[in-house]
Design a protein. Structure first.
Length: 506
């Protein structure tokens, strides 16, 4: 008995496989032709069909390719616009009442910093020793003509000390020596001005937040003293300003242009020393900020009436921009950016903190008027090399900010404007009189504000894409449904049906 092994019919198997592949190709080809023939996309039906010549199909294929390329290019441009510049700033539709924002903080700085009654050094200079000599050296840092009086103190080391601060207060012109009279709405007392230590020495500030409301506990504040402003913030915050109700508030605000700040400055210069400049500087600034630069000041000459007209510049930000990143909207909400030394984020506070950090890195110390902690070395600003280093630090910071702005890169300080910000622009006119009189008020009861808004939001982007696709190809949501139908639903159904029939036959 012999066992025979039947040979495998390879040829028959290969033939069957080729037949199946051919059937699949025919199915897909016919399916694709059906889609091209029935699609609502313009021009696509002309590139299929045996009845059309090669020239016709080639022509419509080129036209369709150009249309698709144009769509891609324009949609890419719309995407770049949406991604890079989604924000624009325009005038707000409704005017803002001056009642809705704080009256500016007003800081008055005499450009002569020592009271003659306290300047006992001329008579007793040979007897000055130790601590008093050291204090005088520090005080001399504020003098324009210290070479005439304090040459022997140029090497004194500047230090932050309650004793030195108190000594500076005692030797500086007092409130009574600066102001002859003051008036603000229902207040007629010059106590509304509080002493403030600045780069120009002891100045006097109106409507400014107290130090506890400006600085964090990280800031060393031994330079504060008992006579500082002790009014706490009431019913106000940096984002929303004031509530709609008529409540007691601080910082103060005015209800109309008649609510002006008026004060009379003394002309008695005989009791003042240590200053080559015999005039006052006045700064208008935000209540949550300190006066920063001479460039922002108004020089007040004696025996003139100065009427200063406030023109506020206010920028709000639409609530629908909160979902954007700060880099895209180009501003910070107060809750988004925390500063180390300041409780309230503003662009100027951020710059001051950044300048303090940069100055410490470059010079190894910071000047007394910049924020610092308890262990930071303070600069002896009466020394030439230290003074030049401070100037260099400030210039370098300005150049760095300019370079970063032009290159549109992110600053290491990461200082952006506040999303809701207030600046106090001003213009003034003078009149010759027999006294030095200052009147500060708003120009109008209402003013136009700016608002950041969406230039190109999600809806705008998709509408733009739909318009481009519709213009060049006639593509719509119905066209998308057709593609989904042919590529998914009908294809799966037909393939399943084809496989099922094969299984039944086998």
């Amino acid at each position: 008995m012999t066992n025979k092994v039947e040979p495998i019919q390879l040829k028959k198997y290969e033939t069957t496989t080729k037949t199946n592949n051919s059937n699949y190709k025919k199915l897909i080809s016919g399916y694709f032709s059906e889609f091209l023939k029935n699609s609502s996309i313009h021009g696509i039906q002309y590139i299929s069909g045996a009845e059309r010549t090669l020239f016709e199909r080639s022509f419509w294929l080129i036209v369709l390719s150009i249309s698709i390329y144009s769509c891609v290019a324009l949609i890419k441009s719309a995407w770049s616009k949406w991604d890079e510049n989604p924000i624009f700033i325009s005038f707000r539709q409704t005017p803002v009442n001056i009642w809705e924002i704080p009256f500016p903080a007003v800081t008055v700085c005499p450009m002569y910093t020592m009271n003659r009654e306290s300047n006992f050094t001329f008579a007793f200079r040979p007897n000055l020793q130790g601590n008093t000599s050291w204090k005088m050296g520090n005080v001399s840092s504020f003098c324009d003509n210290r070479e005439n009086y304090f040459t022997e103190y140029e090497d004194a080391n500047f230090a932050d000390s309650p004793e030195w601060t108190q000594f500076l207060v005692q030797t500086s012109p007092g409130r009574d020596q600066i102001f002859s009279g003051c008036g603000w709405i229902d207040k007629e007392d010059c106590e509304i001005f509080s002493p403030l230590l600045t780069p120009w020495g002891i100045c006097f500030s109106f409507n400014m937040l107290k130090n506890d409301d400006i600085f964090t506990t990280n800031a060393h504040r031994s330079y504060t003293y008992e006579t500082q402003n002790n009014i706490s913030t009431r019913n106000w915050n940096i984002e929303t300003n004031y509530p709609k109700t008529d409540q007691a508030v601080y910082p103060w605000r005015s209800s109309n242009v008649q609510d002006s700040l008026n004060f009379l400055l003394t002309n008695n210069l005989s009791q003042i020393e240590c200053g080559a400049k015999h005039y006052y500087q006045i700064f208008l600034h935000h209540p949550a900020e300190l006066p920063e630069s001479d460039l922002d000041s108004i020089n007040v000459q004696h025996n003139h009436l100065h009427e200063i007209i406030i023109q506020p510049g206010v920028t709000f930000t639409s609530d629908n921009l909160k979902t954007y990143s700060p880099e895209k909207r180009k501003c910070f909400y107060a809750s988004e950016r925390k500063l180390y030394f300041y409780k309230i984020y503003t662009l100027n506070n951020c710059r001051m903190e950044c300048l303090a950090n940069y100055t410490l890195k470059l010079c190894g110390c910071v000047p007394h008027f910049l924020p610092h902690n308890k262990t930071t070395t303070l600069c002896a600003i009466n020394k030439y090399d230290v003074g030049m280093c401070l100037i260099t630090a400030k210039v370098n910071m300005g150049n760095l900010e300019s370079a970063i702005w032009h290159n549109k890169s992110k600053a290491s300080c990461n200082c952006l404007p506040s999303c809701n910000s207030i600046t106090y622009n001003n213009r003034f006119k003078t009149l010759d009189v027999d006294a030095t009189v200052i009147i500060i008020s708003y120009k109008d009861n209402e003013f136009l504000a700016l608002e950041r808004q969406e230039l190109f939001g999600d809806i705008n982007f998709w509408a733009s894409c739909g318009g481009i696709l519709g213009l060049f190809t006639g593509f719509s949501v119905i066209s998308l449904a057709e593609i989904i139908y042919y590529l998914c639903l009908k294809l799966v159904y037909n393939l399943g049906k084809f496989v099922f029939r094969k299984c039944v036959k086998s």
